[in-house]
Design a protein around this ligand. Structure first.
Ligand code: RP5
Length: 166
């Protein structure tokens, strides 16, 4: 289990098979110099490890926890049940239902323990990391500046050539 005491964001996923998509959370946070830790901890298959990990989480200053899980995805809800740190959930697009199963499992939380649910797959992972960045930007002027620059650069790229043919 990886614990980085400088981490501001925890990235969790239910399986190593999620990493090729979840790594986009890490690369997005890297753009803003935001420290993170990443762990594979399944809510179903190693539940005791998850509870042990969450005990460390509650003693630290994490600003957000990004959870990716596929199929009957319960990771985000279980994490949220043990902490008041904001949980940003991303349904993974696993076969055979391509993430619709995980989307419904994740978004249909009963009232009382919320998780913020993002789009299925890579766009959701990137947006969860950007949302965590927005949370951190409220208190961190440096991150706020980098986020504004990121948005401006994104707009510039989209407007410098508007010809759809290339
Ligand atoms: C979920 O089941 C994981 O988050 C993953 O998306 C999916 C499949 O897991 P593996 O069978 O590849 O380990 O718990």
């Amino acid at each position: 289990m990886i614990v980085n005491n400088d981490a501001q964001v925890a990235i969790l996923m239910g399986s190593k098979s999620d990493w090729p998509v979840m790594e986009h959370a890490a690369t997005t946070l890297d753009k803003f110099n935001i420290a993170y830790e990443a762990n594979v901890i399944s809510a179903h298959r190693c539940h005791d490890h998850l509870v042990e990990y969450l005990n460390t989480v509650n003693q630290r200053e994490l600003k957000a926890i990004i959870c990716g899980a596929g199929l009957a995805a319960h990771l985000a809800g279980v994490v949220a049940s043990k902490t008041i740190i904001p949980v940003l959930a991303v349904p993974m697009d696993a076969k055979p239902l391509d993430g619709l199963d995980a989307l419904l499992s994740t978004v249909q939380m009963p009232g009382g323990i919320p998780v913020a649910t993002f789009a299925i797959g890579k766009p959701g992972v990137v947006n969860a990391a950007l949302f965590a960045t927005s949370i951190i930007a409220r208190e961190d002027v440096d991150v706020r500046g980098k986020l504004s620059t990121f948005r401006a650069d994104q707009t510039a790229k989209l407007t410098e050539n508007t010809d759809p043919r290339g």
